[in-house]
Design a protein around this ligand. Structure first.
Ligand code: MG
Length: 186
């Protein structure tokens, strides 16, 4: 069962970067992306931190100046997500249930239903962010987790599946795998 599941290209991101700060947002703009959904935990802050640092605040200003609509989309609870987002004055979806469509649909509604090819999703997990985003038809970008040590048990489980996905990607589509520069990174 899981083998069939993993075969799908749903798990392949369009881009891989070590951190969110390495993404070329101007190039993203040129690709027609107008809306950016960003995962919170381990994409922007590790699980044991609560507020945005200066680097995140600078990034948000940059995205605003490039005219992107930005929204945080997290599976974590309201208390955590609200605290972070209120501080940087950013829209958010909490308890998003990625990779299911529930939270993504809420996000699209808040963004006034943009064409899905104008939406990018940035996250650190293949099993929730990349898979969920691809199913929605978004432009998916995966980054390295900031700090894996503090991840919960279910995230650790997802990481094991993630390794299987990457192994398969490497085996079945080496050209694409190499293009993503993933070797030795996950
Ligand atoms: Mg995450």
């Amino acid at each position: 069962m899981i083998e069939i599941f993993l075969r799908k290209k749903y798990f392949y991101p369009k881009e891989y970067h070590q951190t969110i700060y390495d993404i070329d947002f101007i190039a993203l703009k040129e690709k027609g992306i107008k809306n950016i959904l960003i995962d919170l935990d381990n994409t922007l802050i590790p699980y044991d931190e609560h507020l945005a640092n200066d680097q995140i605040k600078t990034l948000m200003k940059k995205l605003e100046s490039l005219d992107f609509k930005v929204m945080i989309i997290s599976n974590n609870n309201e208390q955590r997500v609200k605290k972070f987002c209120d501080d940087i004055d950013c829209e958010y979806i909490f308890s998003a249930r990625k990779p299911f469509k529930y939270g993504f649909k809420k996000a699209l509604k808040k963004l006034n239903h943009p064409p899905r090819q104008e939406v990018a999703l940035i996250g650190d997990q293949f099993m929730t962010d990349v898979f969920g985003g691809n199913r929605m038809g978004f432009y998916t970008i995966v980054v390295d987790a900031i700090k894996r040590k503090t991840e919960k048990w279910y995230t650790k489980l997802n990481r094991r599946l993630e390794r299987k996905v990457l192994h398969r990607l490497k085996r079945t589509d080496l050209e694409y795998y190499e293009k993503l520069h993933l070797e030795g990174k996950r």
